[in-house]
Write a protein that binds this ligand. Structure first.
Ligand code: NAD
Length: 254
């Protein structure tokens, strides 16, 4: 592993616009299960149910989602060493930005500035109505839910939903625009904790490799982009990413 880490650091050493692309695997060490890993959510839940169509048509599904969010006290998830390492890499000035598929907010909690992050699958910090995009404060809807409104709707009559993207739903425009800017400007990429199998999110990463820039893949288990990797690091993000970032900190570009 030592040698692979050295190769990865060498491939990135003269790069100043690194794109970091993260998936659910970067947060498993914070106690959040991924989707497709050995203990992933899809082992017990059918992904076919997580569609916008299902959400719109099935009030029971909506009620279950609100209950899960507001009714089951969420454990406090803390950012782990890998989230911190992304923020450390940003602080070195070598990073163009981070595109994350995660909705857990742990990059921001780990110290990455909000304008360095594109959350292309949305987040659970806001609630919108589906028809007109009217925004609602999470706390206001939580209070309504606690008051017995178990399938809350907007004043305009439309269904409400968190800004977490479901299958079949458009990705949020602001985040995808920012991700596109990061991707086009990048001169290297590091993918962390992702099977690189969810599209269009993966395009932001693959476009960098298509321009023949270095691509480092750090993951437990195979990914769909392994054949494109300049260096592939097999192991835990919380152990390996801090070591890679430390090696880059020790060798400033230029
Ligand atoms: P995925 O579940 O497809 O793949 C995660 C990968 O990370 C797997 O290969 C797994 O083996 C690996 N992994 C698990 N723990 C790891 C660790 N400690 N270090 C390194 N690798 C590790 O995840 P994905 O590619 O992000 O799939 C995309 C979908 O998952 C996205 O739509 C995303 O929105 C969603 N998701 C997000 C969260 C979150 O916000 N934390 C949680 C579950 C799912």
């Amino acid at each position: 592993m030592e040698e692979l880490l050295e190769h990865a650091a060498a491939a990135l050493e003269d790069r100043t616009r690194i794109l970091v692309f993260t998936g659910a695997g970067i947060s498993t060490e914070s106690g959040i299960p991924d989707f497709r890993g050995p203990n992933g959510v899809w082992k017990t839940v059918d992904p076919k149910n997580f569609t916008l169509r299902h959400y719109v048509r099935d009030a029971d599904f909506r009620r279950a989602r609100w209950r899960r969010w507001f009714g089951e006290a969420p454990p406090d998830h803390e950012p782990n060493a890998a989230h911190m390492a992304v923020a450390d890499l940003w602080a070195t000035g070598r990073m163009v930005g981070c595109v994350t598929q995660n909705i857990d907010g742990l990059h921001i909690a780990g110290g990455l500035p909000a304008d360095a992050l594109a959350e292309v699958h949305g987040n659970a910090r806001a609630i919108e109505c589906l028809d007109r995009g009217h925004r609602h404060e999470v706390d206001a809807i939580r209070l309504r839910w606690l008051d017995g409104d178990l399938d809350p709707h907007c004043e305009c009559g439309s269904i409400l939903k968190s800004t977490v993207v479901l299958f079949g739903e458009q990705l949020p425009a602001a985040a995808t625009n920012r991700a596109g800017e990061f991707s086009r400007a990048a001169d290297a990429a590091i993918a962390v904790g992702s099977t690189i199998s969810v599209f269009p999110a993966a395009e932001f990463l693959l476009a960098v490799a298509d321009r023949r820039h270095p691509l480092i893949i750090l993951n437990m288990g195979p990914t769909d982009a392994d054949s494109l990797a300049t260096v592939r690091l097999e192991g835990k993000a919380g152990e390996l990413l801090p070591r890679l970032v430390e090696a880059l900190e020790a060798a400033p570009p230029g």
